[in-house]
Unconditional design. Structure first.
Length: 261
C-alpha cells in the first residue's frame, strides 16, 4: 500500500489507516490481535486509537501487537476525555460498563479534562498502555475551543514535542468542534482529523486539508448489498489528497480485506 507524507512533517503514513474503536467488541484478545494482523497484512501501517476506545482496552491490545516492532508503524492517540472510573479493565467488565453506562452516566460516563495535569496523566497512561516512549500524532479529542486554556495547552504541546514524547499534535472531531480552531488560524491545527461529508470540505479555508478522515461509510453499509458502492466511494476518496489518510474501522476481518482489496 502506498504511503504519503503528512503535511509539514517528515512522517509517512499508509493511505488507509485502521481505527481501533471496535476492538473491544470481539470476544477474545486473540481475535483482536488477528484483526490487527489482517490490517498489517494488507499494508496498513497507521493505527488510530484513544484512551476511551474500550476504556483503555484498544490501546493495551495495540501496544501488545506493536511492542516488538514499533518503528514500523505510526500511531495516533488522543487527550481530553476522562472516565468517571478506572481504565484498563477486562473485556467482560467493558461490556458490563457499556451497558450500565446508558443508565448511570454519572458513575460510568465520561467527562472532559483539559487541565495540564489531566492531559499529562492521559498521555502518560497512553504511553504505558501502548508500550512506547513516543506518540506520532497526539490530537485533542472533540475539543471545546471556548474552555481550553490555549496558552497553557500549546506550551505544553511544544514541550512534549521538544522532549521527543510526541512527534506532532493536532485536533480531532466533528466539524462543529474543529472549525473554531481553523477559523482562528489556531496552531492546534498542525494535524487535522475529522469526519467527511455534510459539505465540510467546502468549509475548509484553502489550502487547509484533512490529514486523517473518517466517516466515508458506516457499519450499516458494510453488507453484500451495499459493498460495491462503498468500495467505489473508498476508491474515489483514496485518490483525493484533501481526505488524507482514510480511517477504516471494523471488527470483521473480511470487511477489512474487502475494503482494501
Amino acid at each position: 500500500m502506498n504511503k504519503f507524507l503528512i503535511r509539514s512533517t517528515d512522517i509517512r503514513v499508509s493511505k488507509i489507516s485502521f481505527g481501533t474503536a471496535s476492538l473491544h467488541k470481539l470476544i477474545s484478545k486473540e481475535k483482536g490481535l488477528n484483526l490487527l494482523s489482517a490490517a498489517e497484512d494488507i499494508g496498513i501501517s497507521h493505527f488510530d486509537t484513544a484512551p476511551m476506545y474500550g476504556y483503555g482496552y484498544a490501546e493495551n491490545l495495540l501496544g501488545e501487537y506493536l511492542s516488538k516492532r514499533r518503528a514500523n508503524f505510526t500511531v495516533t492517540t488522543k487527550i481530553g476525555f476522562a472516565p468517571n472510573y478506572h481504565l484498563d479493565i477486562s473485556l467482560p467488565s467493558i461490556w458490563v460498563k457499556k451497558a450500565f453506562g446508558r443508565f448511570f452516566k454519572s458513575q460510568y460516563g465520561i467527562h472532559q479534562d483539559w487541565s495540564i495535569r489531566g492531559v499529562q496523566r492521559s498521555l502518560d497512561d497512553s504511553l504505558r498502555r501502548l508500550k512506547t516512549d513516543y506518540i506520532d500524532f497526539l490530537v485533542l479529542h472533540e475539543p471545546e475551543y471556548s474552555i481550553i486554556n490555549k496558552y497553557e495547552m500549546i506550551n505544553w504541546l511544544h514541550d512534549k514535542k521538544k522532549q521527543g514524547v510526541i512527534r506532532e499534535w493536532g485536533v480531532c472531531g466533528e466539524a462543529s468542534k474543529v472549525i473554531p480552531f481553523i477559523s482562528h488560524g489556531s496552531e492546534f491545527c498542525n494535524i487535522l482529523q475529522t469526519r467527511v461529508g455534510n459539505k465540510f470540505e467546502t468549509m475548509l479555508p484553502s489550502p487547509m486539508q484533512v490529514d486523517f478522515s473518517y466517516g466515508h461509510f458506516s457499519k450499516e453499509n458494510l453488507t453484500t448489498e451495499h459493498l460495491p458502492s462503498v468500495l467505489k466511494k473508498l476508491r474515489e476518496a483514496s485518490v483525493q489528497d484533501i481526505y488524507g489518510s482514510i480511517i477504516i474501522s471494523s471488527s470483521r476481518i473480511k470487511n477489512i480485506l474487502s475494503l482494501v482489496e
